[in-house]
Design a protein around this ligand. Structure first.
Ligand code: FAD
Length: 281
């Protein structure tokens, strides 16, 4: 066997078995919180700029077409859970057992690749809110994700004196990702000094027994939240809100915000509160 042939063989062996994905990013860590929830971190494209609270499309290659064998990317909207300054990108995800994407995505491991389209958009951004004193962040389920970004964003603490993070889930275990994140804020080496105990965390459950039971909408409506926190009710002069949950939840909170005199804002028209759906369906 001559030398040239040897070189050719070695090169052939070095070629990866699967072609590199378009817009590929590498998974750096994965953490499973419950059988329905996990979070993961991926490398960040050097050119990606985004505002804390925005979402991007991420996914995997779909199954090969039965006749042509061709594969198409299977993409879904995902809030970026990490802040804009982070070197990596974090995501917090549901596992839908028969979901086209998450039935596969839930099995990713460090070193695997995902597709990430680097076009961030969204309304849960500081630019869409008028200045205020108190910022309410209302989340259900994985709707916590954009707030995981905003809670680690310095601008949040520069713009507001108090941040009230409400998170409603069915069971206590589903609150763990958010609870751990909130608990880490004051001691965070990068933003801890800015946070200065400004975050008030208000977790509630709707099914499993916990210290605070009930939907946040009910607890706002009957004034329990304000009593528990020892603060005056929401008003348009001081309070701003960001909402991320199911369509029904968003609709109910919108009615409540309007009843307190708050108006919905947008990137092009900043006002008192903004809304984004956590999923379609
Ligand atoms: C703007 C936007 C941001 C989003 N950000 C996130 C995010 O940060 N994390 C995340 O997990 N998902 C997020 N989603 C939902 C996500 O796009 C997918 O729907 C989800 O990953 C499931 O994908 P799938 O292909 O497995 O199932 P799909 O076919 O997309 O969904 C199947 C069904 O599962 C339910 N479902 C989907 N997503 C959720 C969810 N997050 N929580 C509860 N039930 C759900 C719905 O009933 C839906 O009809 C976001 C959606 C939108 C529109």
């Amino acid at each position: 066997m001559n030398k040239a042939l040897n070189v050719t063989q070695n090169t052939a062996q070095a070629v990866p078995a699967t072609p590199t994905l378009p817009d590929a990013q590498t998974v750096t860590s994965v953490k499973h919180w419950t059988d329905r929830l996990f979070s993961f971190r991926v490398s960040r494209p050097a050119s990606l700029r985004f505002r804390s609270g925005e979402f991007v499309m991420i996914g995997l290659m779909g199954d090969p077409h039965p006749e042509t064998g061709k594969q198409k990317p299977l993409l879904r909207a995902y809030s970026i859970a990490s802040p804009a300054w982070d070197d990596e990108l974090e995501f917090y995800s549901i596992k839908v057992q028969d979901g086209p994407l998450t039935s596969k995505l839930q099995h990713i491991q460090p070193g695997d690749q995902i597709i990430l389209r680097p076009k961030p958009v969204g309304t849960l951004v500081h630019d869409a809110l008028l200045p205020g004193k108190r910022l309410w962040l209302f989340a259900t389920g994985t709707g916590f994700a954009p707030f995981a970004s905003l809670l680690r964003e310095p601008e949040t603490y520069e713009k507001f004196d108090e941040i009230i993070m409400t998170h409603t889930c069915r069971d206590v275990a589903e609150l763990a990702y958010g609870a751990e994140l909130v608990a880490s804020l004051n001691d965070d080496p990068l933003i801890g000094e800015l946070v200065e105990n400004k975050v008030r965390y208000y977790p509630t459950t709707t099914r499993e027994q916990s210290p605070k039971m009930g939907r946040i909408t009910t607890l706002l409506e009957n004034g329990t939240v304000f009593e528990d926190l020892g603060i005056p009710p929401i008003n348009a002069e001081t309070d701003r809100g960001m909402v991320c949950g199911s369509l029904d939840f968003n609709k109910d909170i919108k009615v409540l915000m309007e009843s307190f005199g708050l108006e919905e804002g947008a990137n092009s028209d900043p006002k008192h509160y903004v809304v984004e759906k956590a999923f379609v369906g």
